[in-house]
Design a protein around this ligand. Sequence first.
Ligand code: SF4
Ligand code: SF4
Length: 395
Amino acid sequence: MKTDSSRRNFLVAGLSLPVAGFANAPASQSSPTQAPRPASPGTAAVRYRTLGRTGLKVSTVGYGCMITSDSSVISRAVDLGITYFDTARGYQKGNNERMVGAALKGSRDKIVLSSKSEAKTAPDAVAELDTSLKELGTDHLDIWYMHSRDTVAAIPDELVAVWENAKQQGKIRHIGISTHKPNAIVDRVLAVGKFEVMLSTYSFAIGTANDPAYEKLTAAGVGLVAMKVMAPASRASGFSGVPGYRADRLDRVQKPGGPVAALKWVLRDQRFATTIPSMTDIDQLEMNFRAMSEPFSAADEKVLARIDEDVRPLYCRMCYQCTGQCPKGVPVPDTIRYLSYADFYGQFALGREHFLALPEEARAVRCRDCASCEVRCPNGVHVAERLVRAQDLFA
Ligand code: SF4
Ligand code: SF4
């Protein structure tokens, strides 16, 4: 088990040294599969990569539409040359696909469009796909993800058959899977042999923890898409009132360059064809757009190292080493992740929605009632404090 200090050393090394798959050249000199396409703003240009064996060409900065409400930001992204757009049936209680479809009307043939289904049964999945197509105003998805599959049991043959049938019918072009636990499902994914894309977590804060899975998937030609690329350097944060939290310090570090530095950290890694940062306004869009053309610098590295240290007690690295440690059955990593939606993305409703979907027994536990916490986090997260905050906010 890594100690806090070994984690720190590992991370600093990870920030400064290229690892397997990282481009030795800065992003602006990488070898996209297509010539850079000039576009405003400024001298920024779109970079493209190929998404594994799908052969799809995607811009390295894609668009995670999950929390977007302003469709004009999505339309502007198309104008700039961003080509990958991601949504899901469940986002914004089913409303996100409708807005994304409206924003992309007239641009469908220029972009790669993905959606996802969390359905647990075949009939539900079939119905969800038809709804997604209707809401998005299209006759096919380029990628349809089996959404949020963190265990082997969540990938039953019955559902795999639905995705295969959808592909045969032309309703989807490629089969994807999304997860927070790639190491836990990679062998099942490869054994099934049908998945062509994996959407998974990757950021400076997570580091190389999921590399065993990413290496296997890359070798098998499965395309990789990175999510949660900016947390915990996101611009949105709501930490006022968190005990011991240096809000003043983090705000100073995050706002000037944290999100872009975090995005550039991921963009260096050629294993990932694209990324899906959330974007809610034009400023964010243009900032992320420019990141495609900017090298990851020593200054970026410094910013990220400082953020990493500042958020240590607060941000769960999703290593899942504490799974099952709570004797009262609190799903610790998931609960702290839901709190991160509020604290690091400014998405309180999303965090609460997930929390309220936990089993009743898990929601009923109050960590305040424990004299001490039995959960040990090797990454320095103040587990009990975070859980008390999650329960205070969401329960
Ligand atoms: S709380 Fe700590 S041990 Fe548990 S998943 Fe998060 S980083 Fe890993
Ligand atoms: S404080 Fe720790 S041991 Fe007690 S319920 Fe919460 S997570 Fe479990």
